[in-house]
Every structure is written in C-alpha cells, then in structure tokens.
Design a protein around this ligand. Structure first.
Ligand SMILES: Cc1cc2nc3c(=O)[nH]c(=O)nc-3n(C[C@H](O)[C@H](O)[C@H](O)COP(=O)(O)O)c2cc1C
Length: 262
C-alpha cells in the first residue's frame, strides 16, 4: 500500500458534516487539484458553480428529492458539462466566420459533445472528491441533481450547451470516529472482463451481490419482512421508485434541450 491507495481504499461517502467552514487553503487546494483532472483535448468542457446562497441551497435541497443535508453542507459544488464557453469563443473570436470563408460550415454541439463534456465534468468531480478526502474533508454525490431539469435550469441560469453533470456536497465529517459498516462492493471478477462483454445472469449476479445481500439481511433491511433478495431491495427501492421516474423524464429533457436545433 501507499498513501494514495490507502486513501482510495478507505474513502467513504459522508452525509453528516460539522459546522466548521471549509478552510480557505483547503478550498483553494481542492480547486487547483480539480483543474489538474484529465480533460478532453485540454478544452475543459466543464464549469463548477459553488452554491453559497442560502435560499438557493434550500430550493436545491428540495429539488434534489428533498435531501436537507444539501442545504446544510459547508460546501456545495454543481459540476456542469459546459460547451457553451466554446460556442461563444468560436463565434465571438471569429473562428466560425473564418470557417465559413473556407467552406467549413458551423457544426452545432451534438450528442457527442454532451457525452464528452459529461466525461470531463464527472472526472473533475471525482478529482475534487479525492483531493478533499486527502484533506480530511468528506463528500457525497447527489445524483438527484438530474431531476427537475426545468427548475434547476432556472435556478442557476443555465444556457443552452450547459447541462448538469453532478452535484457534490463537502464538509469536515461530524464524527471523527470511523463510520461503521463500509458499503460492500462486488468482487473484482464480476466487474472486470477481458476483451469482450460477458453478460451476467442470475447465478453470476447472486454471487456478485451475495455479500451485499448478507449485509442487508444482517441489518434487517431486505424487503418482504427481511426475506426478500437484494434484487427485490433495489427493484422496489430504486428502480421502480418515483424519483427514478422523474430522473428519467428530466434527463431526457436535458438531452433533448441540448440536441434541439436552435
Ligand atoms: C452518481 C452518484 C449519485 C449519488 N447520489 C446520492 C444521493 O442523491 N444521495 C446520497 O445520499 N448519496 C448519493 N450517492 C452516494 C452513494 O449512495 C454511495 O456512494 C454508495 O452508497 C456507496 O457508498 P460509499 O461511497 O461510502 O462507498 C451517490 C453516488 C454516486 C456515485
């Protein structure tokens, strides 16, 4: 082991933070480390909005499936896919016009730009998470930021060719005690494949998620009076939930808005 692997192996999601504000030097170091994240073509197709306004944070917490910890977190960063900056740069600097003079027509950003910018934003987010962790600052991703596209767009004045990628909340953990029960992961051989996709079926999946199922059973958290399976647990709690229906609707709106011709 080395300190980097030690950090990665022991990282945990934190949802409960002390009131201690993020130290200025820590804030700066996380920003600087984030900028060193790999980025497609070094074009930095992402932006980060730090949400500090209390009213906005409270609205955000509601829009993200009612998670009050968002409003109370010491630092809240919204990671955006951002191709808008290049759309403006290309047009305002005259590159588009130079292209037209050479018979190279303008190409509006499409699905490829969106996915590339999503990659950039998510890699930047995870870099921030790891940098924060190294400074003793815990974090939690908020996937529910993909919900309520229209209201989130209005709340943050998001123009076309920007899209939410993820939200991360940060803070010094409330308790200095190690958290109990780290979330169990699938074994390496159920995730890593060689050369081509190997479709997993029931037996493989029961093995892959068996340890997680045992953990939930011990905690009495399986459905049907703790007699259900881990498949039942995720099927009813996540897959068929109202929040996933909203996330689906909203994500489609994000994609449709991005690729709609102007
Ligand atoms: C894309 C993504 C979205 C997530 N969304 C939420 C969320 O909305 N609320 C929350 O409390 N945790 C959220 N999490 C944290 C996961 O629940 C957590 O990573 C998982 O349970 C594993 O725990 P660990 O990070 O401590 O290993 C999210 C994590 C990821 C990567």
């Amino acid at each position: 082991m080395n300190p980097t692997l030690d950090l990665l192996m022991n990282r945990r999601t934190h949802r409960s933070f002390s009131d201690r504000p993020i130290e200025h030097i820590h804030h700066e170091l996380i920003q600087q480390a984030t900028l060193r994240a790999p980025t497609a073509g070094n074009m930095m197709f992402y932006s980060v909005i730090e949400v500090t306004d209390k009213k906005r944070l409270e609205t955000l917490a509601v829009l993200c499936d009612n998670q009050p910890m968002i409003a109370n977190a010491p630092m809240v960063w919204l990671f955006l896919s951002d191709v808008r900056k290049w759309v403006n740069f290309f047009s305002e600097s005259g590159s588009v016009e130079k292209g037209e003079n050479k018979n190279i027509p303008w190409r509006a950003p499409g699905a490829g730009d969106l996915l590339l910018a999503m990659s950039d934003a998510l890699i930047a987010a995870q870099t921030a998470v790891v940098a924060a962790e190294s400074l003793g600052i815990g974090s939690c991703y908020i996937g529910d930021i993909l919900e309520n596209h229209e209201k989130i767009t209005e709340l943050f004045n998001l123009p076309k060719y920007t899209a939410v990628a993820t939200l991360v909340i940060f803070g010094y953990p409330k308790s200095t005690e190690p958290l109990a029960n780290p979330a169990i992961r699938c074994p390496v051989n159920s995730i890593f494949m060689e050369n081509s996709y190997k479709e997993p079926h029931l037996q493989d999946l029961e093995i892959a998620f068996g340890a997680q199922e045992q953990q939930l059973k011990k905690q009495g958290r399986l459905p049907f009076g703790n007699t259900g399976t881990i498949s039942d647990f995720y099927y009813f709690r996540k897959h068929t939930s109202d929040f996933m229906k909203e996330m689906d609707r909203s994500s489609k709106a994000i994609i449709d808005t991005w690729i709609a011709s102007e």
